[in-house]
Design a protein around this ligand. Structure first.
Ligand code: NAG
Ligand code: NAG
Ligand code: NAG
Ligand code: NAG
Length: 458
């Protein structure tokens, strides 16, 4: 019945996180060389420009400004390449999906004229499937517009690069301020475009991939979404109570083969399985309290402890499976979050964005979804997703947007392969859900759909 239609299955939007195009080099003729590429905090490409030894431009201030401008354009061109690669990959899937929809539509029309030959049940099913796809069509149209904008950006940047090269040859004849304005405006547009492309709405969950089978039925494992791409350490916390041993592995491969690199003995035992590692700190709920502990994995010290005001704890408002899972800590593209429940909100899910240093809530939202009826919860791009159970048949059932403060009931199935899910958390760097599935450590891929505006809004 609610299985994925073949169409939806095609929309795997491959996000090229952790993948960056190789070095861009300006020909040695021009004397400029651009080395390396990595990702900065805003997801922009970072590159180093080395000016020629005896540059004609390094003579005066104007030359310096020009060098900066050129560097900026190089930075932008690289970002553009990343964006372009990502978009092209996405776009291919979209195109395939669109042709499938069109094919289905014409097949459907044909059948409509020939309906007596079909069992009415099949016909009805097909019709429903078709109807459910209708809303996708405007989204596809939108996507085409976005792809056009991106190619326009690309052309502008290419133009600008050639202008700059000309300037390099004939200094002084160009209006630097005007050029600078042009670069700045392009840069702003590019940034807003990229931030829109990298976030999206959850459309589908695929997998799981069983990474390892270990530990008890309940536990947590994770990587640090804020860490640099080379840091692929895994942390492992077995059990939901009465434990304080965290195991660290240098990589997923070491985790699979069981080669530990470090063991931490926390000063306080934890409650539940809802811990998170974020920016080299472990955040967890101290046993039998509503205190959140921030523990540095670098220094092995507690950095902060703070009570989450009026949050229920110790199985007052756990998830459906119990296990002292009252306070769920998580991170997404926007930062650190806590999901919990309070008496004041009648035991319904409360969501707070936390300051990662002080653990103080920066903003709080009250939902109307009962925490005790939630299987698990995770955040993606500032939107909360809640499952309806920890058992077989569980699905993502409720979503709450912190941007609009509105909720929606949804139906996104996932395969609960080992029948009991005691942890499910999104990792923004990997674009994956980490799960603890009855003593199996599993990963799910998520498909996010980017809906971006065609107008150049901020
Ligand atoms: C290019 O990117 C690097 C790394 O983000 C930055 O340090 C540099 O200032 C950028 N150049 C310009 C001109 O914006
Ligand atoms: C780029 O330059 C070409 C030729 O000068 C021009 O026709 C085109 O409109 C320019 N494109 C943009 C986006 O400015
Ligand atoms: C991560 O930690 C570094 C170093 O402590 C800090 O400078 C940076 O602001 C932190 N990033 C976030 C997103 O909290
Ligand atoms: C997620 O998708 C990537 C790219 O298609 C694939 O290599 C990876 O194995 C998938 N992971 C899971 C958990 O399905």
């Amino acid at each position: 019945m609610r299985t994925q239609s073949p169409l939806v299955a095609v929309v795997v939007v491959p996000l090229l996180f952790g993948f960056w195009p190789s070095v861009t080099t300006v020909g040695p003729r021009e004397g400029w060389q651009v080395f390396g590429s990595a990702q900065d905090a805003d997801g922009r490409c970072v590159c180093t420009v080395v000016a020629p030894g005896q540059s004609l431009c390094s003579r005066d201030a104007k030359g310096r400004q020009l060098r900066q401008l050129l560097e900026k354009v190089q930075n932008m061109s690289q970002s553009m390449e990343v964006l372009n690669l990502r978009t092209q990959r996405d776009f291919q899937y979209i195109v395939r999906m669109e042709s499938l929809i069109k094919g289905l539509r014409s097949k459907f029309r044909q059948m409509d004229s020939d309906r007596r030959t079909l069992a009415s049940k099949n016909f009805q099913e097909l019709k429903e499937k078709m109807d459910s796809l209708q809303p996708l069509i405007p989204v596809l149209e939108q996507y085409k517009t976005d792809a056009r904008i991106i190619s326009q950006f690309k052309e502008e940047i290419r133009n600008l690069s050639s202008v700059l090269l000309a300037v390099q040859e004939q200094m002084g004849t160009f209006d630097y301020d005007e050029l600078n304005q042009k670069v700045l405006s392009l840069e702003n547009r590019l940034r807003s475009c990229m931030s829109k492309l990298t976030c999206g709405k959850l459309l589908k969950i695929s997998g799981p991939l069983t990474v390892k089978t270990s530990g008890t039925r309940f536990g947590a494992w994770m990587t640090d979404p804020q860490a640099s791409p080379e840091n692929i350490k895994v942390w492992y916390m077995d059990g939901y109570t009465n434990n304080k041993i965290v195991k660290e592995y240098q990589s997923m491969a070491d985790f699979v083969s069981g080669v530990e690199s470090r063991t931490y003995s926390l000063p306080f035992k934890w409650a539940g399985t809802n811990h998170v590692v974020y920016n080299a700190s472990l955040y967890y709920n101290k046993m039998q309290s509503n205190i959140i502990v921030r523990y540095s994995l670098e220094t092995g010290r507690v950095l902060t402890q703070r009570a989450l005001d009026s949050a229920g704890f110790h199985n007052v408002y756990p998830y459906t499976w119990g296990g002292f899972s009252d306070i769920d800590l998580m991170a997404d593209e926007l930062g650190l979050w806590a999901v919990y429940a309070t008496n004041r909100n009648a035991g319904n899910v409360v969501l707070s964005r936390l300051d990662p240093d002080t653990l103080r809530p920066l903003a709080t939202w009250n939902t109307e979804y009962s925490k005790r009826n939630a299987g698990e919860a995770f955040m993606i791009c500032g939107t909360l997703y809640v499952t309806n159970s920890h058992l077989t048949g569980a699905k993502v059932y409720y979503t709450y947007s912190t941007r609009t403060s509105t909720y929606e009931y949804i139906d996104i199935p996932f395969h609960n392969q080992y029948f009991h899910m005691s942890m499910l958390d999104y990792n923004a760097r990997e674009r994956a859900l980490y799960g603890w599935n009855n003593g199996h450590q599993v990963l799910f891929n998520v498909t996010l759909f980017h809906i971006i505006q065609s107008d150049d809004d901020a």
